[in-house]
Design a protein around this ligand. Structure first.
Ligand SMILES: Cc1ncc(COP(=O)(O)O)c(C=O)c1O
Length: 411
């Protein structure tokens, strides 16, 4: 079936069919440009899932809304009741190549049939080194780089804290208010987006200081307050920064600020760590957000979109910094071969076309939004494969929803 015919069938189905859509192909599901709701939300099956879940899962899981997905294709998700949604969060900025991109799925299947797992910490896994070499081609750090692969973003952050302390022989780390770096002990100490992440867990990692994010050069909080009153710069191992804050409200720093941090770090022998777990892998229209300002970090952290949904993270560091000895750090699953295969396919797709699509579509979305940032920010992180019709529908629905809750539109 041609593209047009697929889109037409999807449109017809959106109007006509009730209940779970049997026999719908991947292309047909991906071609939806409007949601299709066949039940109230959550529907009966989703309600049953939620009820069963509520009895056996950790109540700490911060469920955003009662979505119970059963399958996804491109920018479209179908739930267990057969409701079809346009996905504007991509599983929170993870499924950047869209749901179940056929090239990613094929790479996963090929690798799964060959070898599901062998720990790269203890043995030589060819695809692990292949991925690290590929990452070295695209990373934004100066000169050659080495990678330490993890299962998640938070582990990449932990690895960076350890490497920075071990390499510089300094103890302190500076992070920023509004930042989110994860929930394990080191990363949650750097996190400063919401006090709920710390409540009841103290004492946290010692030696972490916070500064305002994006404060312009005239404030010079780091120099005037931290260096002068708290800790001398020669005791600071690293400054860890999200080039664009994610959880903090998709905050973009003023031009020049990241360059200022780079210069400050260079002057004092501090390592600049860019946490690009959320902003990296094409999400901002470039492979890495730091590339918008031409800043080269010493260490860059990747996760989320790196493997299209397979669990993978990465700490990529200047090769000359990776001098820690054998056994200093490792992981049983980090760099699992199936996740590596997904990452290789993902990087090809992002480099080939998706970063450019993100740049174009990002412009369309930004033009269509008037929304404010801050504590009341709505996060949009659509798959990078989203098309213009889907983006237009999303904008229309968001506008209608805002009008409804603000009392300026139909209820
Ligand atoms: C910037 C940033 N760093 C680190 C993390 C932690 O990643 P993970 O949830 O995979 O541990 C996140 C997750 O949202 C993130 O946005």
């Amino acid at each position: 079936m041609g593209r047009r015919a697929v889109a037409e069938r999807a449109e017809r189905l959106a109007d006509e069919v009730q209940g779970p859509i049997e026999g719908l192909t991947y292309d047909e599901l991906a071609a939806f440009t409007e949601p299709r709701l066949v039940t109230g939300l959550p529907g009966p099956k989703a309600s049953a899932v939620i009820e069963a879940d509520s009895r056996v899962t950790s109540p700490s899981l911060p469920r955003a809304y009662p979505l119970a997905p059963s399958r996804g294709a491109g920018s479209v998700v179908e739930d267990v009741d057969g409701n079809v949604f346009l996905d504007f969060n991509a599983a929170i900025a993870v499924c950047s190549t869209g749901h179940a991109h056929p090239k990613v799925v094929a790479a996963i299947q090929r690798q799964a049939e060959l070898l599901l797992h062998y720990s790269a910490s203890d043995f030589y896994l060819p695809i692990y080194a292949e991925l690290c070499a590929r990452l070295d081609e695209i990373e934004p750090v100066p000169g050659d780089a080495r990678s330490f692969l993890t299962n998640s973003g938070t582990e990449a952050v932990e690895a960076a804290i350890k490497l920075a302390r071990a390499t510089t022989k300094r103890q302190y780390v500076i992070a920023f208010l509004g930042a989110f770096h994860g929930r394990s002990y080191g990363s949650v100490t750097l996190t400063a987006s919401n006090a709920k992440y710390h409540e009841g867990f103290g004492p946290l990692l010692p030696g972490v200081l916070h500064a305002p994010f994006g404060a312009d050069d005239t404030d010079r909080y780091i120099e005037n307050v931290i260096f002068k009153r708290l800790v001398k710069p020669n005791e600071i191992a690293a400054i860890v920064v999200e080039p664009v804050q994610g959880e903090g409200g998709y905050r973009i720093p003023p031009d020049g600020w990241l360059t200022y941090l780079r210069e400050l770090c260079t002057e004092h022998g501090i390592l600049l760590v860019a946490d690009e777990v959320q902003s990296g892998m094409g999400r901002t229209g470039r492979m890495w957000a730091v590339q918008h300002w031409g800043v080269e970090p010493d260490i860059v952290l990747a996760g989320k979109g790196i493997a299209s949904g397979m669990p993978l993270g990465d700490m990529i560091a200047r090769a000359d910094l990776m001098t820690w000895p054998t056994g200093a750090h490792g992981s049983t699953y980090g760099g699992n071969p199936v996740a590596c295969a997904a990452a290789l396919a993902t990087i090809d797709l992002i480099e080939g076309e998706l970063a450019a699509n993100a740049a174009n579509l990002g412009g369309v979305l930004l033009d269509g939004l008037t929304l404010r940032a801050g504590d009341s920010t709505i996060r949009l992180s659509p798959p990078l494969v989203m098309n213009r019709d889907q983006a237009a529908t999303g904008l229309r629905i968001l506008e209608e929803a805002c009008a409804e809750v603000s009392g300026t539109g139909p209820s």
